[in-house]
Design a protein around this ligand. Structure first.
Ligand code: IPM
Ligand code: MG
Length: 403
């Protein structure tokens, strides 16, 4: 691409010469993580040239690769690098060689530590169904085709972090305890975020709890009721988690934003992901309270795991990571323009027939199917991004040099 800076503005409307620089940390991690994140980084780099911004990337090791290299899944200095950045762009972690439940260090501890130490209290998992995948969901097409929901999962409290969490050895045998604890502040901030997000969408919030049994859920429900009057425009409902799990399959299109505590969110978000037809398409954002110069600090990752069985083969689907990059641009960098362009490029790429093997397995092969690997799929998104942006840019525009 020739990128001479002769125009006055970039397609993103940023005056040439006022190119902002964003500080992003990139974590490839384990398994397919490095491959999908490479694809994602290439898309953001292409966007930077089109929209006229720069990215200052810092790469760090987290997860099994960090245990191998340093004996710990996350070093303090790398945590500090994340804390000083605008956002973290994350591949995946998890390595079967550390999956023994008795193992002292496990890659997942690094992820939990990142969430806790960076104050990433809210995990956003949007579930939408790409038209090409609607028929491939195990749930009937007529039920999933209008699904557009957003799970907001509390991420730094509840059973995952409550103390005590231990096994006790008593005279009558082993005994174990995990603790579900929340402060009022922890509940209120995530509930408020749920209302805010609902306000920007279809204005419906479902609060999920187990208030018929758990004390923690009764405080949760009380706080939701206390916050609700601040959002009279948002329609609120309370659902018990067990019944809600059922409705997610029987009537998924009724949900808009759903807010819930950590473990409920872990479980229901995996359930909801099935609606989309392929795990390889779903992005996520984990947001903190800290504001950066551009937006809210966050960590962005595909919801799929490290898939060690297909690692290193260039066959993993990078679209969930690329879509996570779009969420990063929108939420942490305040660049809805770039996010919209990336999302449109992904839709265009799918419409053109590009398919990684997981998508072919899900939707079958059509005459226009173009079988591609991880990097070729990312290339196709880059091409669609360039094609899409030149369509909206008056012809007098030329490219503005990026990084
Ligand atoms: C997730 C994962 C993690 C979690 C694991 C890997 C610790 O399942 O992000 O949903 O339980 O939160
Ligand atoms: Mg999970």
């Amino acid at each position: 691409m020739s990128d001479q800076a002769s125009s006055q503005t970039t397609p993103g409307g940023v005056p040439a010469g006022e190119s902002p620089t964003y500080r992003l940390v990139v974590v490839g991690g384990d398994g397919i993580g490095p491959e999908v994140i490479t694809g994602g980084v290439r898309v953001i780099e292409a966007a930077s040239r089109i929209f006229g911004f720069s990215v200052d990337w810092t790469q760090i090791l987290v997860g099994g690769v960090a245990i191998d290299a340093f004996g710990t899944g996350l070093r303090d200095e790398d945590l500090a690098i994340c804390a000083a950045s605008d956002a973290v762009y994350f591949g995946a972690i998890g390595d079967p060689k550390y999956s023994d439940p008795k193992a002292k260090v496990r890659p997942e501890q690094a992820l939990l530590k990142l969430r806790k130490e960076l104050g990433l209290y809210a995990n956003l998992r949007p579930v939408t169904v790409q038209p090409i995948l609607a028929a491939s969901s195990p749930v009937r097409e007529s039920l999933v085709k209008d699904v557009d929901l957003l799970i907001v999962r509390e991420l730094t409290g509840g059973l995952y972090f409550g103390k005590p969490s231990e096994t006790r050895y008593t005279s009558s045998g082993r005994e174990v305890v995990d603790t579900l604890s929340y402060t009022e502040h922890e509940i209120r901030r995530v509930v408020k975020l749920g209302f805010e997000l609902a306000r920007g969408r279809r204005k419906k919030l479902t609060s999920v709890d187990k208030a018929n049994v758990l004390e923690s859920s009764r405080l949760w429900r009380t706080i939701v009721e206390e916050v609700a009057p601040e959002y009279p425009d948002v329609q609120l409902e309370h659902r018990l988690v067990d019944a809600c799990a059922m409705s997610l399959v029987t009537r998924p299109a009724q949900f808009d934003v759903m807010v819930m505590e950590n473990l409920f969110g872990d479980i229901l978000s995996d359930e909801a992901s099935v609606l989309a037809g392929s795990l390889g398409m779903l992005p996520s954002a984990s947001l903190g309270e800290r504001r950066t110069a551009h937006g809210v600090f966050g960590l962005y990752e595909p919801i799929h795991g490290s898939a060690p069985d297909i690692a290193g083969q260039n066959i993993a689907n990078p679209l969930a990571t690329i879509l996570s990059g779009a969420m990063l641009m929108r939420m942490s960098l305040g660049r809805a323009d770039v996010a919209d362009a990336i999302e449109a490029a992904v839709a265009a790429t799918l419409a053109e027939g590009y398919r990684t093997p997981d998508l072919i397995a899900a939707v079958g092969e059509q005459p226009d199917t173009k079988k591609v690997g991880t990097q070729e799929m990312a290339d196709a998104v880059v091409s669609a991004l360039i094609a899409g942006s030149s369509l909206v840019v008056p012809s007098r525009h030329t490219w503005v040099a990026g990084t």
